[in-house]
Design a protein around this ligand. Structure first.
Ligand SMILES: NC(=O)C1=CN([C@@H]2O[C@H](COP(=O)(O)OP(=O)(O)OC[C@H]3O[C@@H](n4cnc5c(N)ncnc54)[C@H](O)[C@@H]3O)[C@@H](O)[C@H]2O)C=CC1
Ligand SMILES: O=C(O)C(=O)[C@H](O)COP(=O)(O)O
Length: 380
């Protein structure tokens, strides 16, 4: 170990991309699968960098030297924050790092729904439950597509006098499309465990598409199976032992990868690295170190000239990243193989760039002359 390194050892989830580049100058890095990070692995560590698969609590850290825990993801249900506070362990979580990635997944799911039903999204009503980092990004893109959006977020409604909150009782009967973006919360004034239960699902029109890319358990899966509308499931109860009936019923089923763009994973790692640097009183990462971690921009996509509007967008987003391949990966010959493959696929997820990295070019016919147009679909 170099004596210039301020920490002796940092244990890092091996799904954090470019971990050595982001953390290597701070201490000796030990990379392990998130589920394999246990008390023995962190005993000699000074800092711990996790994603969502490591349970961060007294059983993991009580006997260790760890003084800093950084999470490069957003969900907090795997972290016992009250215990960390009382143990004097600094905690940082990369809030917002993957909101664009999840929003792009949701927009893909909406475009897919319209395509399968031979209809358009414009003028439809979308309900967004939980309007934080992800919900806001979904809202921006949905409004750009001409959707009417109804928002539900009681904590925001309590804090912000002008927040356009619609209570669930009023929202649910009106929606053609419904997506949840709350944390999984089991206690307190606004719990979200089984927020969409049998009683509430009964108010949702039968043809409504429902999306869960937040956490398994926010929608009661048994009750959801009784609802006849289309289903998009990225987050499941009891991952990776997911519900076989829900998998069969879902039009799009993915193994908790909505937030897994390369950009989001890198953003989360950079945010955690900079938080650790601030904790140590060191300068943050130079921009060129971060830029050097991303691959070059992909070449422009050439869209078919006849493709317009939502169909063009549906085409372009499939070229940028094809979520149907994630769905295919989950549908193994039997459910035992699906369970076994779930974590493997997430850990070996194909590189996926966010839409802002792409340009779409199209030959347009104007006055009998051909012209090459550049369409920027990063606003969706
Ligand atoms: N599938 C995936 O790959 C990913 C899933 N997630 C999940 O999505 C959740 C949301 O992410 P962010 O938007 O970044 O979090 P956030 O904390 O920025 O936003 C959550 C919003 O939900 C609201 N909320 C809390 N309780 C509610 C209730 N009972 N009813 C309605 N709204 C409520 C909050 O007031 C807040 O505005 C995360 O907690 C995580 O569990 C996040 C990123 C990736
Ligand atoms: O940020 C979150 O919350 C998520 O759900 C992450 O996308 C989960 O990523 P993993 O750590 O499970 O790879």
């Amino acid at each position: 170990m170099s004596s210039s390194k301020p920490l002796r050892r940092i244990v890092i989830d091996d799904a954090v991309p470019h971990a050595e580049t982001l953390f290597g100058d701070l201490g000796e890095c030990t990379l392990l699968p998130g589920r394999a990070i246990d008390a023995e692995a962190v005993k000699e560590a000074d800092a711990l960098i996790v994603r969502s698969r490591t349970q961060v609590n007294a059983s993991l850290l009580a006997g260790s030297r760890v003084r800093f825990v950084g999470s490069t993801v957003v969900g907090l249900d795997h972290v016992d924050q009250p215990w960390l506070r009382q143990a004097g362990i600094h905690f940082f979580s990369a809030q917002g790092c993957n909101s664009v990635a999840v929003a792009e997944y949701v927009i893909f799911a909406l475009l897919d729904w319209a395509h399968r039903h031979g209809t358009t999204l414009r003028g439809r009503t979308l309900g967004i439950i939980g309007v934080g980092h992800v919900g806001r990004e979904v809202l921006k893109r949905a409004e750009a597509l001409g959707l009417r959006c109804l928002l539900n977020d009681p904590p925001r409604a309590e804090r912000e006098a002008d927040f356009p909150h619609t209570p669930l009782e009023t929202l649910l009967p009106q929606v053609d499309l419904l997506t949840v973006h709350t944390p999984l919360i089991t206690t307190g004034t606004h719990p979200t465990h089984h927020l969409l239960n049998a009683e509430r699902l009964a108010r949702v029109p039968p043809q409504t598409l429902i999306i869960n890319a937040a956490r398994g358990g926010i929608i009661d899966e048994t009750a959801w199976l009784e609802h006849p509308g289309d289903k998009v499931v990225d987050c499941w109860e009891n991952e990776p032992q997911i519900n076989a009936a829900l998998l069969s019923a879902a039009q799009l089923a993915t193994p908790h990868i909505a937030g897994h763009s390369l950009d989001a994973k890198l953003r989360g790692g950079v945010m955690a690295s900079n938080a650790l640097r601030r904790f140590l009183g060191l300068p943050v990462l130079e921009a060129d170190v971060v830029d050097g971690c991303l691959p070059p921009a992909p070449p422009p996509l050439r869209a078919p000239a006849a493709c317009q509007g939502e169909a063009l967008l549906h085409w372009a987003v499939q070229q940028a990243y094809d979520f149907y391949q994630d769905d295919a990966q989950l549908r193994q010959p039997n459910i035992e193989e699906t369970h076994a493959h779930f974590e493997y696929y997430r850990r070996h997820y194909p590189p996926r760039r966010e839409w802002a990295a792409w340009q779409v070019a199209q030959i347009a016919q104007e006055d009998g002359r051909k012209r090459l147009c550049a369409l920027d679909f990063s606003t969706y």
